[in-house]
Design a protein around this ligand. Structure first.
Ligand code: IPE
Ligand code: IPE
Ligand code: MG
Length: 238
């Protein structure tokens, strides 16, 4: 079995502290973090990683100042304009996880364009999933509500719900669970990220702040993953 994961997920954390350490406004950290995302996405593709899921903005991040939230949304706008121009050329499918209803209409329109372009890419194209207004609990609740509505409409029965059927109702439908979840910045928590999908993920935590995360750090995470003994509740094979 290959030791390179098919799917890695990253909690892109530490932008604010990176900026504060340099006497810069927090939004400068988000700008640097967005650059790191572009670099690391390329590095993942070069290493044969098929899916990269990144936590960009959580359901809880609306608690931040309007100034910070709008700076993050502006960076996303810039990124989406670029993605619309380059996705087909680079062969990268961009997909969004999260509840997009409260997102500005022009950003939603750009996301819609990326969906259209994604449909033109081959099934085996590398896929980047951007979690925007995403919360693991919110994702689960939205899935439960949609299943309950189908039961109420007489389209299916409660017993029809198994793990595969439930997975197919999540934002991550069709995407295999991440084998590896990386969190930079020294925080040892999930902060509502991929709660269903992380059931058997391996975790890699590092003190490096996201804007400083580089190819060497990615390789350290992958080397650590390659050493893990993934038993899934079974017994180690000798
Ligand atoms: C992650 O960096 C980016 C978002 C949550 C949008 P932070 O902004 O959380 O950075 P710290 O944790 O304050 O350093
Ligand atoms: C998690 O980071 C969300 C993103 C990276 C988008 P936070 O900085 O929001 O998480 P907490 O507040 O430290 O748990
Ligand atoms: Mg943070």
């Amino acid at each position: 079995m290959s030791t390179v994961p098919q799917h890695i997920a990253i909690i892109m954390d530490g932008n604010g502290r990176w900026a504060t350490k340099r006497g810069l406004p927090r939004k400068a950290g988000h700008k640097a973090g967005a650059e790191t995302f572009r670099r690391i996405a390329r590095e993942c593709k070069a290493r044969g990683i098929k899916y990269l899921t990144v936590y960009a903005f959580s359901t809880e991040n609306w608690k931040r100042s309007e100034d910070e939230v709008s700076a993050i949304m502006n960076l996303l706008r810039d990124y989406l304009h670029e993605a619309v121009d380059s996705m087909l050329k680079e062969g990268i499918r961009i997909h969004f996880f999260g509840d997009l209803t409260p997102i500005a209409p022009d950003i939603r329109e750009l996301i819609h364009k990326t969906d259209e372009l994604s449909a033109a890419l081959p099934d085996d194209a590398v896929q980047g999933n951007i979690c925007l207004n995403y919360g693991g609990r919110d994702e689960i609740l939205r899935a439960v509500r949609s299943f309950a509505a189908r039961v109420k409409a007489g389209e299916c029965a409660p017993e029809d719900l198994d793990e595969a059927a439930f997975s197919a109702l999540l934002d991550s439908a069709g995407v295999p669970d991440p084998e590896l979840i990386i969190r930079p910045s020294g925080e040892l928590r999930l902060s509502n990220f991929l709660l269903w999908q992380c059931a058997y993920s391996e975790f890699y935590f590092t003190d490096v702040l996201w804007p400083d995360f580089d190819a060497e750090e990615l390789d350290r995470a992958l080397a650590s993953y390659a050493q893990r003994d993934r038993r899934f509740g079974g017994v180690k094979k000798s």
